[in-house]
Design a protein. Structure first.
Length: 350
């Protein structure tokens, strides 16, 4: 803010900056709401959308049937195991009892003439056959249990393969949907950025500049901040590519402006001093002098030197004497700071 501006003018400029910031803040809030709602234009995708529903129901039914069969076989195997253990205990007990009976019997008759021995042998053989049958039934149940587990494993592998195919299709479709949403956001923010650049070049200094400045703030924020969280894997190329383009064209603009400024300065310094002084704005003169630079050529000058009245670089007259009190004063001042006398040939500043 220039120190030579009127106090009210300073506050008006500050108020205009506040208007720009508030306007930009409102636009940013509105833009954030719009950008945040853009994904709603696409239907949310899930992996179930790419898995055949009929096949899924069939797989779930088969899975449940195998699980129920396995549960029933587990219960059956448990019962058969307990029965086999009882049979084994009964047979072992009977076999031991028979051996003891034979050892204490002292039988001299042949086995075919001993009816009790024949009956004992028949009972022992029946117990052995029952034990063998229970062991066979247990082995068959375990074999069936293993077969069902193998079927479950095969079904799980088939389901995993189908899910893998559906997952790949889902990821591709999701990537395409994200790409479309990113395109929507880019189509919204990139024109704003281009329009902001156009406004910056064409609207500066106009009465609507505070609002235009706020719009430029909003456009920069929308593209470089709001777009960032939604960038896909390649989105960085877009953002940095646009940044490079803006830097390139902005750099060219600055270089061209510098060359134009230097050419204009050389042309101005070649003109007579009266024309140069007339071309300088009153506030600009005091602003540059406050910065210890010549208002004509903008080079640094030692203004604290009381003997220097002319710029040593361009020769413009910086200080003169009041015609009324002979006080040394700024040659651009409208009135003498010592006596208040109006400077000779000076006009009331606007």
């Amino acid at each position: 803010m220039s120190k030579s501006l009127r106090l009210s003018e300073k506050w008006f400029n500050r108020s205009l900056w506040l208007v720009s910031i508030i306007f930009a803040w409102c636009l940013i809030g509105l833009g954030s709401a719009v950008i945040g709602d853009l994904p709603k234009v696409e239907k949310p995708l899930t992996i179930e959308d790419f898995y055949d529903s009929a096949q899924a129901q069939q797989d779930e039914k088969a899975r449940n049937e195998l699980a129920n069969a396995l549960k029933a076989l587990s219960t059956k195997t448990t019962r058969l195991t307990e029965a086999q253990q009882r049979m084994a205990l009964n047979y072992n007990s009977a076999s031991k009892d028979h051996s003891n009976w034979l050892n204490t019997r002292g039988v001299t008759d042949t086995a075919k003439d001993n009816q009790e021995l024949i009956e004992r042998m028949a009972r022992l053989e029946a117990l052995q056959q029952q034990l063998h049958a229970s062991e066979t039934a247990l082995l068959e149940a375990r074999e069936e249990h293993n077969q069902i587990q193998e079927q479950q494993q095969a079904l799980s592998e088939q389901i995993d393969e189908r899910l893998a195919v559906a997952g790949e299709a889902w990821r591709k479709a999701k990537q395409k949907a994200e790409l479309r949403v990113f395109g929507y956001r880019l189509l919204l923010t990139l024109p704003l950025l281009i329009l902001a650049f156009y406004f910056f070049r064409t609207q500066r200094g106009k009465p609507t500049w505070p609002f235009t400045r706020g719009f430029i703030m909003f456009a920069l924020f929308a593209f470089f901040v709001e777009l960032v969280p939604y960038l896909p894997s390649f989105g960085g190329y877009v953002r940095y590519g646009v940044g490079l383009l803006l830097t390139f064209f902005g750099g060219r603009y600055v270089i061209k402006s510098l060359q134009t400024y230097l050419a204009r300065q050389r042309e101005a310094e070649a003109q007579p001093e009266a024309e140069r002084r007339q071309a300088l704005a009153y506030d600009v003169v005091f602003q540059r002098l406050a910065q210890q630079v010549c208002p004509g050529c903008e080079r640094s000058v030692p203004l604290q030197d009381k003997t220097m009245d002319f710029c040593p670089h361009c020769g413009i007259h910086l200080f003169d004497r009041c015609t009324a009190c002979e006080a040394r004063k700024n040659s651009f001042a409208q009135f003498c700071h010592a006596c208040g006398e109006k400077a000779q040939g000076a006009e009331q500043p606007s």
